[in-house]
Ligand binder design. Structure first.
Ligand code: 3PG
Length: 307
């Protein structure tokens, strides 16, 4: 019997697990659930007899992949797959997929939610500012960036995007201005929202050289990955520009120093929660099990990321 393991430190909403179970049952798969595990060794042990794995930000390391003697497919129920050792998977002939777009609206709603929270001084009753008329730069215009633009237009924000992988026409048909360089994006926008993946190219790439170009009342919003921001430069920005703010899902490693020295100029979620909605869990979870079915039953590999 084909065994599917869901391994999630941060569990899916119960409705999502229910939905996955229903599809697994229909397909005749055995479904195992490892939630909120305390130690990576629990994950390594649980994968031993699994044919397929559904994870979120869980770390599918070489050790995990090698322990999965029967493993044929890993589906990351979400967008970013920087938590998976693709090299180890490819060496072992394990197909890796993500479920692009399925949690994008949830992340986009959190992005705007955090922006409002900061603009209104954490809802503390003092006079804040409005988002209407402000310029929002989208650093990358994939599924999340596009959804952020859609919601931002409702707030009356002007949106700009830099994405070398997406055509100017595709960006502008949404009413977002396409800019030609990343520098121009930061020079133009009061708010810059990051939607880039964490790769060798992007880690630490959001640096002082870019951030210092931002105009007055500069807000950096990060619902992507904390690793893409250069933290030494982030601290310099806080120190050199009293009008610089940083809001992120999740906190940078230097959060204590920021909290101590720059109160009122940041907001960090305690746990990564952009995709933590029932809807996003259902969308991504069901997509994951359906992709596993498609793979086993018809050899479908549309969302494979280690081709
Ligand atoms: C993603 O890459 O899809 C998001 O960062 C969500 O991650 P999560 O599933 O761990 O919440």
């Amino acid at each position: 019997m084909t065994k599917v393991l869901i391994a999630t430190v941060k569990p899916f909403a119960p409705k999502a697990v229910e939905g996955i179970r229903k599809i697994a049952d229909e397909a005749g798969y055995e479904l195992a659930l490892l939630e909120k595990y305390a130690d990576q060794s629990d994950f390594v042990a649980a994968v031993a007899d699994a044919d397929a794995l559904i994870i979120r930000s869980d770390k599918a390391t070489r050790e995990v992949i090698e322990a999965g003697k029967n493993l044929k497919i890993i589906v990351r129920a979400g967008a970013g797959y920087d938590n998976i050792d693709l090299e180890a998977a490819t060496e072992k002939g394990v197909v890796v997929m993500n479920t692009p777009g399925q949690n994008a609206n949830a992340v986009a709603e959190l992005t705007l939610g955090m922006m409002v929270y900061l603009a209104r001084n954490s809802f503390n009753g003092s006079a804040g500012i409005e988002l209407m008329g402000k310029k929002l730069g989208l650093h990358a215009y994939g599924n999340v960036g596009r959804n952020v633009a859609r919601i931002a237009h409702g707030f009356g924000m002007e949106t700009y995007a830099f994405d070398p992988y997406i055509s100017k026409e595709a960006i502008e048909k949404d009413g977002t201005h396409a800019v030609d360089s990343v520098e121009a994006l930061y020079e133009t926008c009061n708010y810059v929202s990051l939607h880039i993946p964490a790769t060798d190219e992007t880690r630490n790439s959001i640096n002082e050289g870019l951030l210092s170009r931002m105009p007055e009342h500069a807000v950096l919003v990060n619902t992507a990955r904390k690793e893409v921001v250069n933290e030494a430069d982030l601290l310099k920005m806080f120190a050199n520009r009293s009008d610089f703010y940083y809001i992120a899902d999740v906190a940078p490693d230097c959060k204590d120093e920021i909290a101590e020295k720059f109160p009122g100029r940041f907001f960090f979620t305690p746990k990564k929660m952009g995709a933590q909605t029932a809807e996003a869990n259902i969308n991504a979870g069901l997509a994951a099990i359906n992709q596993i079915r498609g793979f086993f039953e018809n050899g479908e590999t549309r969302f494979q990321v280690n081709k």
